[in-house]
Design a protein around this ligand. Structure first.
Ligand SMILES: Cc1cc2nc3c(=O)[nH]c(=O)nc-3n(C[C@H](O)[C@H](O)[C@H](O)COP(=O)(O)OP(=O)(O)OC[C@H]3O[C@@H](n4cnc5c(N)ncnc54)[C@H](O)[C@@H]3O)c2cc1C
Ligand SMILES: NC(=O)c1ccc[n+]([C@@H]2O[C@H](COP(=O)([O-])OP(=O)(O)OC[C@H]3O[C@@H](n4cnc5c(N)ncnc54)[C@H](OP(=O)(O)O)[C@@H]3O)[C@@H](O)[C@H]2O)c1
Length: 378
């Protein structure tokens, strides 16, 4: 099976309009919102493999754009040119331009026009941390609210904005199990800062504003694939939305009748409300397709329990699987989780393989070199 048939003309610049089939909350009763999506590929000729991602081209929230227009004093009907295309400003802000995330470069360009002494101070190299502190939790609209620019021209305004970047999502389905469909698992980003309710552009687009179709394209990932030899055991570590590709992996292994053993480490806040695809995992475990299932609920007791704690608890067996040639996969948060899981692997090598720190580092590197330690982290 190849990802995206060669004749396909769909890509980032020319996305496919895929029909929305399902938009379902997986975390009913939780203070976190994670959703399951299903989209149709019927008639598209598009294909993908477990481990690939889907790129989604979002639209900005109209309420935010109206607020931004009001703050900057534009009507929205001004004519603007973005790339090759001409449109009205409101259309460009909704569909073509990134209007939330604030960057240093943007503040620099803004201040070439605004000439605000305070911003000039922030932009000095020695005040780097002050700038980081200012930007944290703020978006583009805050800059215009904090430092109004009454004489801004529309072309200067548009010149401050970069093109809307698509967002990638790890695919949560196998085509063998769901022909002509692609599934996603999306954590909806919502938070409150400086008295405003904020939402992530793409996750809130999918959750709230998606119409009958979404613009999307496939992003193959040859570095995160099931082993070609179906007898090889796999160990999957995927807390939170990191679970997505492993749903695809296990569906694929079920369909192909792969004999290799499967071990999943999953974790989230609470078993009652955040057990993503819990019924599916429990059934796979009962049926024996999932040989081992270890769960870490971080908020079901006083102390935090994370996937790496479960790995360490099962260190002897995990070590045995790895010695027997298992491939180790990790997916999800890059900033903390993946680093801690990596550290747990080092610790297991030291405790179970009687290695010192340096030897364990060499061993982990060799796993990576042999392509038996694969990451899809973000
Ligand atoms: C290969 C890959 C695979 C991925 N797979 C998945 C997946 O399967 N599921 C999934 O949900 N995501 C996945 N992601 C992440 C996804 O691409 C998006 O980054 C995510 O959905 C957020 O995008 P957004 O447009 O909703 O938020 P954006 O509009 O991009 O906003 C995110 C920004 O908001 C700010 N922010 C967020 N929370 C807070 C807070 N509490 N306080 C202050 N500021 C905050 C931060 O600056 C953050 O960078 C993946 C990413 C990659 C690269
Ligand atoms: N708006 C919100 O309230 C909110 C909340 C979380 C995530 N998000 C967004 O959602 C996306 C990711 O969500 P997600 O579902 O994939 O993951 P996640 O919610 O960040 O975390 C999933 C699980 O991993 C735990 N965890 C935290 N730190 C860890 C570590 N160092 N090692 C191992 N596990 C750890 C979490 O525990 P604890 O959380 O109990 O520590 C939770 O049980 C990001 O885009 C993030 O910005 C938003």
């Amino acid at each position: 099976m190849t990802s995206q048939s060669p004749e396909s003309s769909y890509n980032k610049k020319n996305p496919y309009s895929s029909a929305l089939l399902v938009n379902q909350v997986l975390t009913e009763g939780s203070d976190k919102e994670t959703r399951h999506f299903e989209f149709s590929l019927q008639g598209s000729g598009l294909t993908y493999e477990p481990g690939d991602s889907l790129g989604v081209v979002p639209t900005n929230c109209p309420d935010l754009i109206d607020d931004l227009l009001q703050t900057t004093g534009f009507t929205g009907s001004e004519k603007v040119t973005v790339g090759e295309s001409e449109s009205e400003l409101r259309f460009a802000l909704l569909h073509q331009l990134a209007c939330t995330v604030l960057s240093k470069i943007q503040i620099k360009k803004f201040n070439q026009i605004a000439q605000v002494p305070e911003l000039e101070e922030f932009l000095k190299i020695e005040n780097k941390q002050d700038l980081v502190d200012y930007m944290w939790g703020r978006e583009l609209i805050d800059l215009f609210k904090d430092y109004p620019l009454p004489n801004l021209t529309v072309s200067d305004f548009v010149g401050l904005l970069r093109p809307m970047p698509p967002r990638l999502y790890s695919i949560a389905s196998s085509l063998s199990a769901h022909s002509d469909e692609v599934h996603l698992t999306v954590a909806v980003v919502r938070y409150d800062t400086y008295g405003r309710k904020r939402k992530g552009v793409c996750s809130s687009y999918l959750a709230e504003r998606v119409g009958e179709t979404i613009p999307c394209y496939f992003h193959p990932n040859k570095n995160f694939k099931l082993p070609e030899d179906e007898d090889i055991p796999i160990i999957m570590v995927g807390p939170g939305t990191g679970i997505a590709p492993f749903r695809a992996f296990i569906e694929e292994r079920q369909k192909t009748g792969a004999k290799g053993r499967n071990w999943l480490f999953f974790g989230d806040r609470s078993q009652k409300t955040d057990y993503l695809y819990g019924n599916e995992w429990e059934n796979y475990h009962k049926d024996g397709l999932l040989n081992r299932l270890d769960l870490a609920w971080s908020r079901d007791q006083d102390e935090k329990v994370y996937v790496q704690h479960k790995m360490l608890e099962k260190g002897a067996e995990l070590w045995r699987w790895l010695e027997e040639g298992a491939v180790f996969y990790v997916c999800g948060d890059a900033s903390r989780m993946a680093k801690d899981v990596d550290q747990a692997l080092h610790t297991i090598a030291q405790e179970q393989g009687s290695m010192n720190e340096d030897d364990s580092a060499v061993w982990v590197k060799s796993l990576q070199k042999e392509r038996r330690y694969l990451k899809d982290v973000y």
